[in-house]
Design a protein around this ligand. Structure first.
Ligand code: ARG
Ligand code: GLU
Length: 718
């Protein structure tokens, strides 16, 4: 009975899934154009991506290394999420000038704040370079030989594609290396903070509401890109001037209705849509539970400390946001996979493939071989996960790891400089004030000891057994490491790093440090040889490479098996289009979610005693007087967020959400809890992206912050 149900469910999902699932390549959007127009789009594929004329793609950027953003004015004004600008907002904040808590609005251009290290990357054009990248590759090559040749081809090609320009080139594999695309980019390096709402708007609901609907987060911040006098990228200089984009988005105040066509245009990071049941099982039932449990420990200590003082709240703001984000997503992901019988669903698909492949020698062994490889990968993967989530959980061990890497780096190399500056950054963050440092030591000790012991209890730190015979002894031993390490002596450690030259003495000092010593043993157990066995990192990489190679064959087979289906390539942090409809859903029995939320919901959630649910008096006053101006919807409400069936993932944060005419109606910032498994399995009944309604963004800028001059820069369509 159950079996038939599952088979039926798969048939349904494979048929329906193609409707909204997918993250499409802009250059090949002609293939989707008819379907998009049938779904309601009024514009054409070439309005979205065109190399000869300015098109919507010129208004979209990769914001930093992992978010998206969009130009909304002729003078380089850029919108993205609050959580994407977060670390830059934090870095400009002090307890005295706490922009994170109170918000910040540059009164004029001279007040816009430079953000060293922040980039905005515009795609100039893309090209299918499969033939050039695979030039010389033959069927008889080993995977390692192929990789070496491909890397060489990519290097040459990147050079020739950007010769004589200020552009940079990135070449990425698609469909596990069946295809390659080159991206010619323009990378802007002077990006300044223009404005941000206070945390209790930009992060309203905090980590409690994160990944959930109904949502009321005003998740946006405003930046501006600056260039040299030729409108070309340049590092920060007072003489730089606002960038004049080839295209900026029109902003629509028309709002959304259920059923409206919408598309998201941005940089989704990673999906793994085509992996086999073993990979799904590994993620849902092995990796996620370890990650969640270890992050429970870290979060509980950080959050307790955050309650102690505003300085500590700020100190832990960025790490808590990062740790909590993955922690919660993985819970939703595992639940979603379980609900969908994800592992069984994949097995069923694999049986279907095997039947088809049995008479095709090229494909008949691929799944069996993948299964064997996963059986070998699994124990190594468990070790890695424990290592990265437990052993490396504390600041102490993370910095011990930096020291270990420093000891291995060639003096004065790029890597050396990078590691030293990472150590410097961690130092200045920690040693600023003595009181913070003392509290931090307590927090970090608890995290170090508890996560280590958790790993030890499940046999993931067997190297401790020789030295310590009981948990109590181990605990004492860990305390000793914590107290003795140079890393935990701020002045002496800073002095050591200042004079560091990689000399013999320096290296000996590193090796003698008890934290580094422990780190090295742990690392060698988890990632490299331990007790004389083979080097596990190499083994791990070999197995992953072999899996990759087989996946290349497997996906080619699936495409042959279903020649009429349009297989989207997994997300890989390249520009994509996802399209769908504004739509509510039924998360569970007897509950139906409508497609939008309003300011009334913020007032409903208000709780002055809970940090995440404090409502600013000024916002409340605007709500009380219904002072919404042109930003209200037809019912007179102030819309805040809406959901739709666009297929998105991490990296899509900050992406423009556009209407049938290609106008900006929202800023993507999240997914709904019930659909967080969509990186692995997309279910149109549950998978929804969450977008900020652009009208709320404008309302906050205009009515709340009084930054009307920014609104005036935009092209607003009423
Ligand atoms: N879940 C969203 C995303 O993956 C938002 C994360 C930031 N918000 C937060 N409360 N940590 O990135
Ligand atoms: N918040 C995510 C990000 O930072 C986007 C939400 C998602 O993963 O879909 O990119």
């Amino acid at each position: 009975m159950k079996r038939t149900f599952i088979t039926f469910a798969i048939l349904i999902t494979t048929l329906v899934a193609w409707a909204d699932e997918g993250m499409w390549i802009p250059m090949l959007l002609q293939r989707n154009e008819a379907a998009m127009q049938r779904a309601g789009m009024h514009i054409s594929a070439s309005d979205i991506y065109d190399v000869n004329n300015a098109s919507l793609k010129d208004a979209v950027v990769l914001f930093g290394g992992g978010c998206s953003g969009e130009f909304v004015s002729a003078e380089g004004l850029l919108l993205t999420n609050h959580h994407c600008g977060y670390s830059y907002i934090v870095s400009h904040s002090t307890v005295e000038h706490d922009y994170l808590t109170h918000g910040f609005w540059a009164a004029d251009r001279s007040q816009e704040l430079p953000c060293p290290g922040l980039t905005a990357t515009r795609l100039v054009r893309m090209e299918d370079v499969t033939a050039q990248v695979l030039d010389g590759v033959s069927q008889t090559m080993t995977e390692a030989e192929r990789q070496a040749l491909v890397a060489k081809n990519i290097e040459q090609l990147s050079k020739s594609l950007t010769q004589g320009t200020h552009y940079r080139c990135v070449i990425k594999p698609f469909y596990y290396g069946n295809q390659y695309f080159a991206y010619i980019n323009e990378v802007f390096t002077d990006v300044r903070l223009v404005g941000t709402p206070p945390s209790n708007i930009g992060k309203f609901g905090g980590d409690t509401d994160n990944w959930m609907w109904p949502r009321h987060t005003g998740d946006f911040s405003v930046f501006r890109v600056y260039t040299n006098a030729n409108n070309e990228p340049a590092d920060y200089s007072r003489d730089n001037r606002p960038y004049r984009p080839l295209k900026h988005l029109e902003v629509s105040l028309k709002g959304v209705n259920e059923g409206d066509f919408t598309f998201v245009f941005g940089y989704p990071g990673t999906t793994r849509r085509y992996v086999t049941h073993d990979a799904v099982d590994l993620a849902a039932n092995v990796e996620n539970p370890i990650r969640i449990a270890m992050r429970d420990i870290r979060l509980s200590h950080y959050k307790r400390a955050q309650e102690l003082s505003p300085a500590l709240r700020l100190r832990y703001a960025t790490p808590v946001a990062n740790i909590a984000n993955g922690w919660k997503k993985w819970q939703g992901e595992s639940l979603g996979i379980e609900r969908l019988h994800g592992v069984e669903q994949k097995q069923e698909q694999e049986r279907d493939f095997s039947r088809w492949a049995s008479s095709r020698p090229e494909y008949s062994t691929v799944l069996g071989n993948l299964e064997k490889l996963y059986a070998r990968l699994r124990p190594l993967d468990v070790k890695r996960t424990w290592y990265s989530e437990a052993i490396l959980a504390s600041d102490l061990m993370q910095r011990a790891n930096l020291l270990d890497l420093l000891g291995q780096a060639t003096p004065e190399s790029d890597r050396w400089t990078q590691i030293l500056s990472a150590i410097d950054r961690s130092n200045s963050r920690l040693f600023d004030e003595d009181t913070i440092w003392q509290s931090h030591l307590e927090v970090d000790r608890a995290i170090f000891v508890e996560t280590f012991i958790a790993a030890w209890r499940v046999g993931q730190a067997p190297y401790m057994d020789k030295k310590y015979r009981s948990e109590a002894e181990l605990r004492k031993g860990l305390d000793r490491v914590f107290d003795k390490s140079l890393i935990n002596k701020p002045e002496r450690f800073a002095a050591f790093i200042d004079q560091y030259s990689g000399s013999k003495d320096d290296l000996a000092k590193i090796a003698k440090d008890p934290a580094v010593d422990l780190l090295r043993v742990a690392k060698s157990f988890a990632l490299a040889s331990y007790l004389g066995s083979a080097n596990q990192t190499e083994l791990y990489n070999q197995i992953s490479d072999s899996i990759n190679l087989l996946m290349r064959t497997y996906i080619r087979g699936m495409m042959e098996q279903y020649p009429d289906s349009n297989f989207f390539p997994d997300a890989n942090l390249t520009l994509r289009v996802a399209y769908g409809h504004v739509e509510g859903f039924r998360p569970r029995d007897a509950v139906r979610y409508t497609h939008y939320s309003t300011l009334d919901g913020i007032i409903e959630k208000e709780n002055p005693n809970i940090y995440d649910y404090v409502v600013e008096p000024r916002l409340k006053e605007l709500w009380r007087t219904k002072n919404y101006g042109p930003y209200a919807n037809a019912q007179g409400e102030m819309p805040v967020a809406f959901i739709a069936t666009n297929h998105t993932t991490g990296g899509n944060s900050g992406s423009p959400v556009l209407d049938a005419d290609g106008r900006l109606i929202g800023i993507n910032f999240d997914r709904c809890w019930e659909g967080t498994m969509s990186d692995l399995l997309f279910d149109p009944a549950y998978c929804r992206n969450i977008s900020l309604d652009v009208r709320y963004c404008l309302f906050i800028i205009d009515r709340y912050a009084g930054a009307h001059h920014l609104i005036e820069e935009m092209d607003i369509v009423r």
